[in-house]
Design a protein around this ligand. Structure first.
Ligand SMILES: C[S@@+](CC[C@H](N)C(=O)[O-])C[C@H]1O[C@@H](n2cnc3c(N)ncnc32)[C@H](O)[C@@H]1O
Length: 365
């Protein structure tokens, strides 16, 4: 799929092939709008735009909101290069506070910290600058990882580990963060991500997008305004979004907001089902009659037993919603190949974690 999807990693994101499959299957109206109420890094919105449709990206997390919004316009590479060149990231000083500095020190060389802080500051002061947003998005994806392309010393790529854990890793491996020039790494990554031409319609389609930060059970959308929903809700107690994303939240200046987010994290199946019932009723409300919703879940182990979440969702249908009913249409299952990433998470194929995409499809009538 288009490399623009992979600009940034996001734990629990689905593959773009998934929304693409359902967009091709269900959407044929020219001005269709496609919604992801648990938008994450924006896979559904981006794929909708690549296919020429407008999208609504909703997510309670301000990080996910940024990941979506930062690709609301994809500038030409030449424009990005020119904008990057104007940024003076002077690596010897910045406005960073002593406490923040100490948290970042295990990951980065001092000069790198100042460059990152300067970029952070410029981005926060110019939130409407779409070229700068795209540059900041690329920087955010380069913060920490395991190769020279990242700003950090050897670290975990997908989640931010805590400073003490990084200190221990450094001691164990005998590592000291060396200076990594920020702009050079951003440029290399931008070139890679934009190596394939974008469909001419992308920016036109994306100009119709909306970005919301609502609870998925109460969306700021008109009844009957959405053609297709493709989404993946939080599963059972799988991901600690706040902790795993602390450095991204710092870079985006949203750490305070992360503390009070009422994200859906449930330990018990019954709680999750109640939450999802309310969410499905809301999805049914915003769908136009005849529109479909695809909810991708996985198999999880709950109280020692394998639970197929799509079946749990299907068992709650049909439901009455504003403007009609929603009824289960089919369950689509994609068996995934074993991936290198799964290996890194110590997920052995089809025995732990979620290895298949299991999708419940329902329709409004
Ligand atoms: C499984 S991830 C979705 C990933 C997405 N499909 C992608 O490809 O990036 C679930 C998302 O739901 C968001 N979320 C959790 N509770 C929510 C709620 N009550 N309302 C809206 N979004 C919520 C989380 O912030 C997270 O980004």
């Amino acid at each position: 799929m288009h490399p623009i999807h992979y600009t940034v990693s996001y734990r629990a994101s689905f593959k773009p092939e998934l929304p693409d499959f359902f967009i091709q299957k269900f959407v044929n109206r020219k001005n269709a709008m496609i919604l992801d109420p648990f938008g994450g890094r924006g896979t559904t919105a981006i794929q909708s735009n690549l296919n020429g449709f407008g999208a609504v990206h909703n997510d309670l997390s301000p990080i996910a909101g940024f990941l979506g919004r930062a690709r609301r316009r994809i500038p030409e590479l030449a424009e990005l290069k020119a904008r990057l060149e104007t940024l003076e990231l002077d690596s010897r000083k910045s406005s960073i506070g002593a406490e923040e500095f100490r948290r970042l020190e295990p990951f980065f060389h001092e000069r790198t910290i100042h460059e990152i802080q300067n970029l952070k500051q410029m981005h926060l002061e110019n939130a409407d600058d779409t070229a700068l947003s795209y540059i900041a998005l690329t920087a955010l994806s380069r913060l920490h990882g395991h190769s020279d392309g990242f700003f950090s010393v050897y670290s975990f790529p997908q989640i931010s580990i805590m400073p003490d854990a990084q200190r221990r890793n450094n001691a164990k491996r005998g590592l000291v963060p060396v200076y990594k020039e920020v702009k050079e790494r951003i440029w290399k990554k931008m070139k890679r991500d934009l190596s394939q031409p974008l469909n001419n319609d992308f920016n036109r389609a994306a100009s119709r997008n909306r970005y919301l930060a609502c609870d998925a059970r109460s969306l700021d959308l008109d009844t009957g305004s959405i053609d297709l929903i493709v989404t993946s809700p939080p599963f059972l107690d799988k991901v600690d979004y706040k902790k795993d994303n602390w450095m991204r939240a710092w870079f985006l200046g949203v750490e305070d907001q992360m503390d009070d987010l009422p994200l859906a994290i449930f330990a018990r199946l019954e709680q999750w089902k109640q939450f999802m019932k309310e969410a499905m009723i809301e999805f049914g409300r915003v769908l136009r009659p005849g529109g479909h919703a695809v909810i991708e879940v996985g198999e999880v182990v709950s109280s020692g037993e394998m639970v197929f979440l799509e079946r749990e969702l299907a068992s709650m249908l049909p439901l009455q919603v504003e403007g009609g009913h929603i009824r289960a249409v089919e369950i689509c299952i994609n068996q995934q190949e074993f991936t290198k990433l799964a290996n890194c998470w110590k997920v052995t194929n089809n025995s732990r974690g979620t290895n298949t995409n299991r999708c419940l499809v329902f329709q409004k009538s």
